[in-house]
Design a protein around this ligand. Sequence first.
Ligand SMILES: *[C@@H]1O[C@H](CO)[C@@H](O)[C@H](O)[C@H]1NC(C)=O
Ligand SMILES: *[C@@H]1O[C@H](CO)[C@@H](O)[C@H](O)[C@H]1NC(C)=O
Ligand SMILES: *[C@@H]1O[C@H](CO)[C@@H](O)[C@H](O)[C@H]1NC(C)=O
Ligand SMILES: *[C@@H]1O[C@H](CO)[C@@H](O)[C@H](O)[C@H]1NC(C)=O
Ligand SMILES: [Zn+2]
Length: 486
Amino acid sequence: MLGCLLRGGCGPVVCLWTLLLPLVSLHRLNQHGLRDHSVPDRPKLLLVSFDGFRWDYVDRVPTPNFHSLMNEGVTVEQVENAYITKTFPDHYSLVTGLYAETHGIVANEMYDPTLNRSFSMETDSIYDSRWWEEAVPLWVTIQKAGGRSGAAMWPGSDVKIHGLYPTQYLPYNASVSFETRVERIIEWLSAPKEEAVDFGVLYWEEPDKSGHSLGPQSPRMDAVIVDIDEKLGFLINELKKARLYETVNLIVTSDHGMTQLFSDKIIELDEYVSRDLYTWVDKSPVVGILPKEGKLEEVYSKLVDANPNMVAYKKKDIPEHFHYRHNIRIMPIILEAKEGWTIVQNRTAPFMLGNHGYDNTLRSMQPVFVARGPAFRRDYVKISMRSVDIYPLMCHILAIHPLPNNGSLLNVKDLLSQQPTPSTPSIPPRVKEYSYAPVMGSFFGVLMVVGFLVVYIRQVTLKQLPSLKHRSREMSQPLLQEDLHL
Ligand SMILES: *[C@@H]1O[C@H](CO)[C@@H](O)[C@H](O)[C@H]1NC(C)=O
Ligand SMILES: *[C@@H]1O[C@H](CO)[C@@H](O)[C@H](O)[C@H]1NC(C)=O
Ligand SMILES: *[C@@H]1O[C@H](CO)[C@@H](O)[C@H](O)[C@H]1NC(C)=O
Ligand SMILES: *[C@@H]1O[C@H](CO)[C@@H](O)[C@H](O)[C@H]1NC(C)=O
Ligand SMILES: [Zn+2]
């Protein structure tokens, strides 16, 4: 039967098929991220992070560019990010949908007892792939499915992970201007179809840097926020100039917020426990303490009631809701400062006026989230989500199967302009533009014809054949109905 159809041996059937094919293509195929000649491109997504952009900065000073995205797209007011609320862990959570204990980048400064290695965001240690390979970032997953990605300075995006770099990327260099990063991303997104990236990630160091040095309460932060808004305006303008603004889905978010510190809110560990008894692994406000061999109980007992503004947890007692326990890189004791407090060994350590890293349920630790584009609703405000939900959302938009993760598309599907369709998302392999649509078209066409014939034969016995258009729409439902995995 199928063979007969494919050889074109059944005259009337081929005729029906020819009539049905355009309807099928228009009606369903595009939603599978497939290319045909009636739509321009597969879905594109650009994820932007302004480091340390707290959720409420958009209401602190005029930020017309953020507000135009909010009016034309979606805003989420409360984004609970992953603990600890630091740059490397949270950026990796965004692109993996995993809590830090699972993706393995548990802090900006780490020690791995199995590797007997240290990781510091300030050294080349970050280029050791082994730190990153407990998870697979979205750019790698897309490339393994035949798609393309482009990265401008996103943490980890210039590291080879599971054998791959992003298709296009810039090696990390803080001196490269925002404008240059944007220009490169635009080039990659607007390249000829067979080279264009589907997924872009763009990172900028501010307002984090100024937030640390000035403190978020400083009036001088106003100008920093205005500058970020202008940078966003530059990005929007470049997308418009490249005719990408109406097709690219744009997410603008951050890794964490920022809170004010005070010079009289300092906890000096040297007052409580000798440095000879432990190794100091990560920095304030969540300090990883690695007791020397056999010294766990002694160190813990000295720290547990040491200071009312600091909590000491043995690893097994770290609260469940932090999802921050099950990884060998999480130290046997962690110290968590209360908001606004700083933990140091002694006061000669440099002091900052702003910091983050604290409890992820604190409002001050939470990042901004706005998104706009064909996949998103317009002028819609959602109260809350978790940052790990962004990963399944992005996979849905890019029509790619998410890897196992801690987020849920169900939690965030109200952000979408079209509710998830009952189809299985996947990026098809890259096939030359011209051979592609006919192949898929034929496949669905054959499916349609088989379905059509079944119904036709039934209908003929009832002596009633409804209009072709009407039937094809009805029939496309059961044929393509599959379970919706959220
Ligand atoms: C861990 O590495 C350090 C050098 O970085 C070395 O001195 C030490 O002996 C190593 N420890 C183990 C258990 O291999
Ligand atoms: C980093 O970027 C700056 C500005 O573009 C450039 O002058 C410098 O050479 C770059 N550094 C490295 C190591 O590539
Ligand atoms: C404070 O710590 C530094 C090293 O971090 C050390 O050089 C200095 O001697 C310490 N000062 C005091 C008073 O203990
Ligand atoms: C997060 O997701 C990973 C992968 O599915 C899973 O192994 C882990 O248990 C999840 N964590 C939580 C807290 O559910
Ligand atoms: Zn950060």
